[in-house]
Design a protein around this ligand. Structure first.
Ligand SMILES: [Fe+2]
Ligand SMILES: [Fe+2]
Length: 250
């Protein structure tokens, strides 16, 4: 699987950004803790898939898969916690959360009402992406042998997940497995696009509101201050000839 061992083309292009993220200890440990949550959530979802599938072989494989993902979550959490203990102080860093998509993208997984072929296609695409990314991450943490060892261990599992999901997909849907994989890829791409579009919309919204605050608001402030200067101060006498009722508010 040469494409997996090198990572996806987009990830290879983004390699300098990945290097920047993993090069900082604070960003690294936050990334590990984010991975821990994604893996654990994915493990729980796959556990649910094992409960609902009518296929006995898939039930056993999903169960093994779920146990692997829950263990990955633990490994990432323990390593992140060890780095936090060693670090003692937390520094505020740029893009502390997740500037790039994480390992799996298993957070998009939904189980209820999904036929096995759709789930297997989704899992295959997600595991392949994870295997490619973890290959890159493993090289970027060369200075940290313990984190590198975790990536190596997890990478072996992800390659197994990628392969078994594909084999089982060809078994449960021998006629349409290619179509299901393409559909899963397209859906994943669409979800990525929506996330990026939402992030860009948030960014542009913030810039536009800031620009409006500094460009449109000052003239109104100037008009308000000028009007305030023209207002007489203190009580204003009312003409005796006025025909307004003294009970009127205005
Ligand atoms: Fe995993
Ligand atoms: Fe996996």
């Amino acid at each position: 699987m040469p494409s997996v061992t090198k990572g996806a083309p987009l990830d290879r292009i983004m390699r300098p950004v990945h290097r920047w993220v993993w090069g900082d200890v604070d960003r690294r440990l936050r990334k590990l803790l984010t991975f821990a949550d994604v893996e654990t959530d994915g493990g729980r979802d796959i556990l649910r898939a094992a409960e609902v599938t009518p296929d006995p072989l898939l039930r056993r494989l999903y169960l093994e898969h779920a146990i692997d993902e829950l263990r990955h979550g633990e490994l990432f959490r323990e390593r992140g916690a060890a780095l936090v203990r060693a670090r003692r102080t937390w520094r505020k860093v740029l893009f502390a959360g997740n500037p790039l998509p994480g390992g799996h993208g298993l957070d998009d997984l939904s189980i209820e009402g999904q036929p096995d072929y759709r789930l297997l296609a989704f899992l295959h695409v997600a595991e392949k992406a994870a295997a490619g990314r973890f290959t890159i991450y493993r090289e970027l943490v060369d200075d940290d042998p313990e984190t590198r060892a975790i990536f190596e261990q997890i990478l072996r599992d992800e390659v197994f997940h990628m392969n078994y999901t594909y084999t089982q997909l060809t078994r449960v849907s021998p006629q349409g497995y290619r179509r299901h994989v393409w559909h899963a890829r397209a859906k994943r791409l669409w979800n990525r696009y929506l996330r990026i579009a939402a992030a860009m919309a948030g960014l542009f919204g913030g810039v536009a509101l800031t620009a409006m605050y500094f460009v449109l608001l000052p003239p109104f402030v100037w008009f308000a201050r000028r009007a305030e200067r023209r207002e007489p101060t203190g009580w204003t006498s009312i003409s005796r000839n006025g025909n307004q009722s003294p009970r009127s508010q205005y």
